[in-house]
Design a protein around this ligand. Structure first.
Ligand SMILES: [Zn+2]
Length: 173
């Protein structure tokens, strides 16, 4: 794609998205962070709050897009870039398309739910706004954060197994 060659992602918004992802991790959430920028100005920021909010809607991108809409006073985020540490899910890729986000820049692929071409492609549906895509930006930093989080989850499970994984109690004599 011709535009892809001309476009250079910026480090600062992705570094901020990584910072937000680390905040999420410290709060016990899957570490995902997102930032919406336009012409270098940050318009919205978000991080995963699914557990604390107990809401399936509380994804980083939704929060960042919502803030940017509030900041601009419009649902149309034309000319805006969404930086996010993990490939957006169906809901968030859909929100970016609905908000007319110009370009999505993400770090790590999500083979399970990534909807920018990995598991499915929500951003190139015919007849809808077409968001441009830059995948794999600062991928290693983004991926490391996620894999570290899931490793420590698994380690915690091994240390404190759930009752179903414990050996059966011996019957009283
Ligand atoms: Zn999402």
């Amino acid at each position: 794609m011709r535009g892809e060659l001309a476009f250079l992602p910026q480090r600062a918004p992705m570094l901020r998205a990584l910072e937000l992802a680390r905040e999420a991790e410290q709060a016990g959430e899957v570490p995902v962070g997102a930032v919406v920028v336009r012409e270098g100005a940050v318009l919205g920021e978000g991080r995963n709050r699914r557990e604390s909010a107990q809401s399936a809607l509380a994804h980083a991108e939704i929060e960042a897009i919502h803030q940017a809409c509030q900041a601009l006073g419009t649902w149309r985020l034309a000319g805006c870039q969404l930086y996010v540490t993990l490939e957006p899910c169906p809901m968030c890729a859909g929100a970016a398309v609905n908000a007319r986000i110009q370009r999505i820049i993400y770090g790590a692929d999500d083979p399970a739910a990534g909807c920018c071409g990995t598991a499915a492609d929500v951003i190139s549906l015919p007849g809808t706004h077409q968001a441009e895509l830059y995948r794999g930006y600062m991928e290693e930093e983004c991926r490391t954060l996620l894999s570290r989080f899931f490793q420590s989850l698994r380690a915690a499970k091994t240390e404190n197994p759930t009752p179903s994984t414990l050996p059966p109690k011996s019957s009283p004599a």
